[in-house]
Design a protein around this ligand. Structure first.
Ligand code: ISL
Ligand code: CA
Length: 570
């Protein structure tokens, strides 16, 4: 079972280097900054670090647009700094996983400039997805794009190259042209690049939008949503026809012959449980686990990610439970509330008002870490960092938010309405600098940070929390330690209790091998909640509790606001 490999009981910590720690005062986090802060991660007890991209890049999408796969961006340091970081990470018994962004490159990658400038029939032309204008349309005019797909970052998914008279495909920004995975030379180049990083000593890869690499032949138009301008092409590129073949090939070419067992996790927007079970079935030798998006789409309306809807707890539980069951016997789950693309969990799923902030953050941590799968902690989540108080458009940096604003303004949508969506869902919420201490700029930089530090850092910061045994930080530390010592957390079956309850999140984990069972009770709300206990749990051992003087478990039990607890019996 996947649970038996070295990462079976591991917890992964995601670092967004640009916002983690700045060592040289230029306002941007860097590799030496990370090396200087490893104490914090060792104290937290995490096993694996995942670094968002640090490769040379024009930073149109903060490094997810790579112009050289085999170097470090001078903004972040040098290859020597990288080797030093890797040594220091290994020296502390941790592992390091790199971000692999190979659905697309930067338009400044030499592969692309050669592909573009050599023109149709040129040597690298077929490394990207080039198409002529739609039949009978004047190239370069509105509506003449080869198909109607919209980009994830607003506007069409095609950009016209006047010099060669053709369009190239980009599912993300126009500076992120999609590679043509149908071309075996592209796949070989990617495999060689991956082996180069493994030879340097890295321990695996997080694979960016890896389920989008195979596009349907003919690139058919997508359905245009009511009131929309572009087609939704996702049915033609989410888990496309050859994606399993490509990943199995990558496994053979890169991972199978390698002396060390590596960790692979595929980021997969729109993946279904059924597909995920295939991707992560160990017998198929594709990936170890995937990031799915179902639970982070439940609070979004029909008009996309900035269309904010209230979340129903019953929907959240039903979704996560379906994934627990669907990847229960074969396959493996990744567990996350947060990453660099999502608003902050305590603001979104908890309650970031002063009265409930710490408690709801601890509850969210407890619920997530008690599920079966590999938990991911995103930098600052362990401090209950919250969404930022963005005052106006000037405070935002992310291309997705800026493009969305431009598009919506042009459609006549009011400024306050657009800003409300960006404040709730904008990716910059996750990208404000890590809050190390209460000093100016939170100890992140001695210069001017590239994006403003959240002013709440005077109260919410790592230094204060490491000194306080009741802090959110120490709660995370206890949960991570529990995963290392309690086999039921790693191996136990998952069973959801009270699926129809709108305030109670309750489940058990049962491990037949050790005869251990865990019970998790969580009150998702700001009011007391009295619950009946399932049989046989009265006076069971309390493993995790986070309200002061939590009473022994008696029936019925009254959970305080945002209280969660974990019980154990054998
Ligand atoms: O936040 C999103 C846009 O609405 C997501 O759909 C996101 O774009 C998607 O999860 C893919 O994310 C990954 O690839 C992008 C990059 O911008 C993200 O930061 C990365 O995590 C393109 O490389
Ligand atoms: Ca720096």
């Amino acid at each position: 079972s996947p649970a038996d490999s070295w990462w079976g009981d591991a917890v992964v910590y995601q670092i967004y280097p640009r916002s983690f720690a700045d060592s040289n005062g230029d306002g941007i986090g860097d590799l030496q900054g990370i090396t200087g802060r490893l104490d914090h991660l060792a104290a937290l007890g995490v096993d694996v670090l995942w670094l968002s991209p640090v490769y040379p890049s024009p930073h149109d999408d903060n490094g997810y647009d790579i112009s050289d796969y085999q170097d470090i961006d001078p903004l972040f340091g040098t290859l020597a700094d990288f080797d030093q970081l890797l040594d220091a990470v290994h020296g502390r018994g941790m592992k390091l996983v790199m971000d692999l962004v190979v659905n697309h490159t930067s338009d400044e990658h030499p592969w692309f400039t050669e592909s573009r400038d050599s023109g149709p029939g040129g040597s690298k032309r077929d490394w990207y997805v080039w198409r002529p204008a739609r039949e009978g349309r004047e190239p370069g005019t509105p509506g003449a794009e080869p198909n109607n797909w919209g980009s994830f970052f607003s506007g069409p998914a095609w950009t016209y190259d006047k010099a060669s008279g053709e369009y190239y495909l980009h599912l993300f920004s126009r500076k992120q042209p999609d590679l043509n995975w149908e071309n075996p030379a592209v796949r070989r180049a990617v495999h060689a690049m991956m082996r180069w990083w493994l030879d340097r000593g890295v321990d695996g890869f997080r694979m960016d939008v890896i389920n989008l690499i195979s596009k349907a032949p003919g690139l058919p138009d997508g359905t245009v949503p009511a009131g929309g301008t572009h087609g939704d092409g996702s049915e033609h590129f989410i888990c496309g026809p050859r994606v399993h073949e490509y990943l199995a090939e990558m496994h053979r070419e890169v991972f199978a012959g390698h002396p060390r067992r590596l960790l692979t996790v595929g980021e997969m927007p729109g993946v279904t449980v059924e597909e995920a079970a295939l991707f992560t079935d160990p017998a198929r030798r594709e990936l170890d686990m995937v990031f799915q998006f179902e639970h982070v789409g439940l609070d979004q309306g029909p008009d996309g990610k900035f269309d904010v809807r209230p979340l129903k707890l019953t929907d959240l539980k039903a979704s996560l439970a379906r994934w627990q069951t669907g990847l229960g016997s074969t396959g493996w789950n990744s567990l996350y509330w947060n990453n660099h693309d999502q608003p902050r969990a305590v603001s979104r799923f908890g309650d970031d008002s002063p009265a409930h902030r710490d408690r709801s953050a601890k509850l969210l941590a407890t619920v997530l870490h008690l599920h079966r799968g590999t938990p991911y902690v995103y930098q600052g989540e362990e401090l209950a960092m919250a969404n930022a108080p963005f005052a106006s458009l000037d405070d935002f940096r992310d291309i997705e938010s800026l493009n969305h604003h431009r598009e919506q303004s042009a459609l006549g949508v009011g400024e306050e309405e657009i800003l409300a969506g960006l404040r709730a869902r904008g990716r910059d919420n996750a990208r404000t600098p890590m809050q190390w201490d209460a000093t100016r700029h939170a100890g992140f930089t001695t210069g001017t940070p590239w994006i403003a530090v959240n002013p709440d850092h005077t109260r919410v910061n790592a230094e204060a929390q490491r000194a306080d045994p009741d802090s959110v930080f120490h709660h995370y530390r206890r949960l991570i330690a529990l995963r290392h010592t309690e086999p039921a957390l790693v191996h136990g079956d998952f069973q959801l209790l009270h699926p129809d309850h709108e305030q109670l999140y309750a489940f058990t984990r049962h491990d037949a091998a050790s005869g251990t069972e865990l019970l998790v009770l969580a009150n998702f709300g700001g009011t007391d909640l009295t619950v009946d206990l399932p049989d046989g749990w009265e006076h069971s051992e309390t493993l995790i509790a986070h309200v002061p003087d939590a009473a022994p478990l008696t029936a019925p039990y009254t959970l305080r606001p945002w209280e969660a607890r974990v019980q154990r019996r054998t």
